[in-house]
Design a protein. Structure first.
Length: 324
């Protein structure tokens, strides 16, 4: 969920924008389950929902959808937020994060370093080394990392921590779908213990290298988290049986509800717990997941703003939930 169509003037012309999108998609490759950090894939998903793959048509249909959606929206906050998106799209191309803050980021300004001891590239994330798989080139690293920065901007609908909703000193953190590990790296010095669930093998060496200075408190689990336990999957209820956790982050390409269902007992037994869940991967997840959490005595609220992600176009980025 991430970066945007480049803002160079040539890309504002419909005949060139789709070519640029295709190039981004080819360069970055496709994403896999449990790893949603490919901006080209996200834009391709938007395009794939349009029959003729014409970016001009995509933008026209998106704006038409927004006009209809605004006419149906009665809640003041929702209407104001949607109006901001609509105004933005009058002057800008359709993109995952339809807000001006994305324009403050430039991947060409990202400094990429080489660690000869492991033949891996890394960036300095909040003055800490964030490593990437050895097969990644500098261009790919810059592209992914600037997307991570956009995703976690203070104004982003996809920002995990916000205000008082944050990892506290001494918390036990569970990161389901850790991918690059940037979120865990941001909170590693505050946390007492961190459990990273990331099944994709390409990320294992990079995660191990990133968290080498904190290997005494970071556990990397190479399994999918779901509502069943097998050789390749695990339920949170089974893995954390009899344990306490304080902060749970879930970003797993549309399997968020299964993760929650597989951790229902764990969540019920916690006295103080913060949960942040991605709500945009499937069309109605924001309502389904929100209802599920509220039915289990969680106080919930959505992140500010919207993301544009497949039809029905506007989707809430995250649900932040606190145990009542």
């Amino acid at each position: 969920m991430q970066n945007i169509v480049p803002q160079s003037p040539i890309f504002l012309r419909p005949e060139f924008r789709w070519i640029a999108l295709c190039l981004l998609f080819i360069i970055c490759g496709t994403s896999v389950e449990g790893h949603s950090k490919n901006p080209a894939k996200l834009l391709a998903n938007i395009a794939a929902s349009d029959d003729d793959y014409d970016p001009y048509c995509i933008e026209q249909r998106t704006r038409a959808y927004l006009r209809r959606d605004l006419a149906r929206t009665t809640k003041k906050r929702e209407r104001e937020e949607k109006e901001k998106v609509y105004e933005f799209l009058k002057e800008n191309p359709v993109q995952v994060f339809p807000y001006d803050f994305v324009k403050t980021y430039d991947r060409d300004n990202i400094q990429v370093y080489t660690d000869d001891s492991c033949d891996m590239l890394y960036v300095l994330h909040e003055s800490k080394r964030l490593y990437f798989p050895s097969e990644y080139c500098e261009h790919t690293v810059r592209h992914i990392y600037v997307s991570l920065l956009i995703e976690q901007d203070i104004n982003s609908p996809h920002r995990y921590e916000y205000g008082n909703f944050r990892v506290k000193e001494g918390d036990v953190v569970v990161d389901v779908g850790s991918a690059e590990g940037n979120f865990a790296l941001s909170v590693v010095e505050r946390a007492k213990k961190i459990y990273l669930f990331e099944p994709e093998e390409e990320w294992t060496p990079a995660l191990e290298k990133t968290f080498e200075p904190w290997r005494d408190k970071v556990v990397i689990v190479r399994k999918y988290v779901s509502d069943t336990t097998t050789e390749t999957e695990v339920r949170l209820d089974d893995y954390f049986e009899g344990m306490n956790i304080h902060f749970l982050k879930i970003d797993v390409e549309g399997a968020e509800l299964q993760v929650l269902q597989g951790g229902e007992k764990l969540l019920a037994n916690q006295r103080k717990l913060q949960v942040v869940v991605c709500a945009y991967h499937k069309p109605h997840d924001e309502d389904i997941i929100n209802d599920w959490l509220q039915a289990r005595r969680f106080r919930t609220h959505f992140s500010n703003g919207y993301m544009i992600f497949e039809a029905p176009w506007l989707r809430r980025g995250l649900i932040r939930a606190t145990k009542r």
